[in-house]
Design a protein around this ligand. Structure first.
Ligand SMILES: [Zn+2]
Length: 335
């Protein structure tokens, strides 16, 4: 696996591209799991550390840098994660399934015997089993406690059912409308994912653990840089956003309260209408374009005019729009 990550680091990828690669690796490990039922936690920790470091730093060495806890990254999209597999939970689910198999369909007598023996005299039984096998057997029997808690369905993979139930009911994010059916580029969606959760690395957040940072917003050179400033108050990015809204013929909306902006976005992206679909895509591309522009101002001292950015966003949306909304997008003209 490390070799695979090493070969990827040669290529320069966006966050979204890296997340995609990690997804494929985790899927292949997951497939392997259905044959072998448990992976020791030491191995799991290592896999996780590599995946985490690769996502946030793009390197093949283990780092501690992360913009969001890995536990959170490994939750479904609807509750605010990236939809990666939580391997710890998957492992528990696999063990629980193996335990279920023994209870329900194992015809190998020695396992049944061991099982019965274990229940009668747990301590003694564990001593009698060689240490390495003991680890697996112990896990297997521990999982018996979980069995009554799971509801089974004859349809679909059992491990997956157990996995979902172990994950529990995470609260759905209010802005999930933005996350589904969004035609913006994956890398733009990734930035919005961070932005909506307040996890973009803006200066106010850097300042909490580093000294000597320039607090000023480089887009307008007038106020301190925070997420709320960049996406609601900054005259430069507001000008771009108003340009985009004018382009899509949506009345503008000004606020200085994040909750209100969020409410407005949710309202605009709800449902399956073409309008909602266009709004999702443009909002996402706007956030991404502003963030990239911010990085260029800050780190490369390059800058473009607000009009240029509006044109770029319109251009990207023209290309990305699927057939269903292509006609609508085509009617918009940048003024
Ligand atoms: Zn500003």
């Amino acid at each position: 696996m490390v070799a695979r990550i090493t070969s990827w680091t040669a290529k320069k990828l966006s966050y979204a591209g890296r997340a995609q690669l990690i997804q494929t690796v985790l899927f292949s490990i997951q497939a392997y799991w259905s044959q072998l039922f448990a992976i020791p936690s030491k191995v799991l920790n290592t896999i996780e550390a590599y995946c985490r470091s690769y996502l946030w730093s793009g390197t093949n060495t283990i780092t501690r840098k992360a913009l969001l806890a890995w536990e959170k990254v490994c939750t479904p999209k609807s509750v605010g994660g990236l939809g990666l597999i939580n391997m710890r939970l998957w492992n528990r689910a696999a063990i629980t399934k193996a335990s279920w198999d023994i209870e329900h369909k194992c015809d190998r007598l020695w396992i049944r015997w061991l099982h019965a023996y274990y229940i009668k005299n747990q301590q003694f039984c564990l001593m009698a089993i060689p240490q390495q096998a003991g680890w697996m057997v112990r896990k297997l029997f521990e999982a018996r406690d979980t069995l009554p808690l799971i509801q089974y369905n004859t349809v679909g993979s059992l491990i997956k059912q157990i996995y979902l139930q172990l994950m529990g009911n995470n609260e759905k994010i209010s802005w999930k409308t933005l996350r589904f059916g969004n035609n913006a580029r994956p890398k733009a969606q990734f930035i919005v994912w961070l932005q909506m959760q307040g996890r973009l690395l803006t200066v106010d957040r850097i300042a909490s653990w580093a000294v000597n940072v320039d607090h000023e917003c480089k887009l307008c050179n007038s106020q301190g840089e925070t997420r709320n400033h960049i996406f609601m108050e900054c005259p430069y990015s507001v000008k771009v956003w108003e340009g985009v809204l004018k382009w899509m013929k949506v009345p503008s909306f000004r606020t200085t309260k994040w909750e209100q902006l969020e409410k407005w976005i949710i309202q605009k992206t709800k449902g399956k209408s073409q309008k909602a679909q266009v709004f999702k895509m443009t909002y996402t591309e706007w956030v991404h374009t502003i963030w990239i522009e911010r990085n260029q101002h800050r780190f490369e001292e390059r800058s473009r005019s607000a009009e240029q950015l509006v044109r770029e966003i319109a251009y990207v949306c023209h290309i990305r729009a699927p057939t269903r909304i292509k006609e609508m997008v085509r009617q918009f003209v940048v003024s």
